[in-house]
Design a binder for this molecule. Structure first.
Ligand SMILES: [Zn+2]
Length: 317
């Protein structure tokens, strides 16, 4: 496999203690070395090259007004902030007087708007971690401006990692909805793959669903698999997790063993589902009959960890 789960290799220290240190926060914002990432609707400016991407930061004096949040401090002591605000026009470099593209070492890059889905696997681990953190916080601030208790305005606190109601003083934290995603195998070690009713023909993945209130993640795995395919599972074990701030989910990955293999799809959410041996899957991918989820997703990682290798691509025709 190519590696671990995408979006999980944070390299910048989150510096939790500094969020409540106003003197340090002021000093960091006054430091021209500080880097600010502007986020609008899950998108930022990035420099894209051939198979590469790099976040475009600005210095604090060039950052627009908006909700500000501390992302952390890197190994060189450079502070990183995010700001939720409209993005500058992408035909100019926000940090220099560029024309939107620049040449370096023989490679041309273009500066433009991009989101996690597009650049999540092109960025370095460091930039991918910063972008995931920034998008998650910006998405939350965008909908958390009013108190869920009394409806009064809320104000950011702790360097943008919480908000407080201006009337009743209640404290509000970033929302994160847990969802389970699971690779289910049968006694022959075949893998259960399904096509969501909204997906194009041929696109399949593992099953997934939201954890309901009062439910454990393991219970949600068994319930969702049974609701969507009629298959009963046991031996539900945790595999790994992935932040998925689109808009505010945490994907909890599991493996589960089927104790029944007859499939009855729920027809509303799942169009079709079937058991695949490794050989079945390999043949279907090489022929182009099936399409796998993108490499950014934990679903792809779960399928590859079952398959035991990178998944084959469609053979050239
Ligand atoms: Zn309130």
């Amino acid at each position: 496999m190519s590696g671990g789960i995408a979006l999980t290799a944070h390299e910048v220290e989150r510096s939790t203690a500094l969020r409540s240190d106003p003197a340090w926060l002021t000093k960091a914002w006054d430091d021209p070395q500080t880097r600010v990432l502007i986020v609008e609707d899950g998108q930022v400016l990035a420099r894209l090259g051939a198979g590469t991407a790099e976040l475009a930061f600005v210095s604090p004096d060039r950052a627009p007004e908006g909700v500000r949040f501390l992302l952390g401090v890197d190994a060189d002591g450079v502070a990183h902030f995010g700001v939720g605000a409209p993005l500058p026009a992408s035909d100019g470099d926000p940090g220099t007087d560029g024309d939107g593209s620049r040449r370096g070492a023989g490679q041309e890059t273009a500066l433009r708007r991009a989101g996690l889905r597009e650049v999540g696997t092109l960025l370095t681990d460091r930039d991918a971690g910063l972008l995931t953190h920034a998008v998650a916080l910006a998405n939350w601030h965008a909908v958390a401006g009013f108190c869920s208790r009394c409806g009064a305005p809320t104000e950011p606190e702790t360097a943008g990692h919480s908000r407080r109601c201006t009337v009743d003083g209640s404290e509000h934290f970033p929302r994160c909805d847990p969802a389970v995603i699971m690779v289910v195998t049968d006694p022959q070690d075949r893998c259960l793959l399904a096509r969501n009713a909204q997906w194009p023909k041929g696109r399949v993945s593992v099953l997934a669903g939201f954890v309901e209130p009062g439910e454990s993640a393991e219970q949600a795995v068994a319930r969702e698999v049974h609701e969507e395919t009629g298959v009963a599972v046991s031996a539900v074990t945790y595999a790994g997790s992935q932040p998925w701030p689109m808009p505010h989910n945490l994907m909890l990955g599991f493996r589960a063993e089927a104790v029944s293999t007859d499939i009855t799809v729920d027809a509303e959410e799942i169009e079709e589902a079937a058991w695949y041996s490794r050989e079945d899957l390999r043949a279907a991918l090489v022929s182009g009959e099936l399409i796998m989820p993108p490499s950014l997703s934990i679903s792809r990682w779960l399928i590859e960890t079952w398959y035991g290798a990178d998944l084959p691509r469609k053979a050239a025709t």
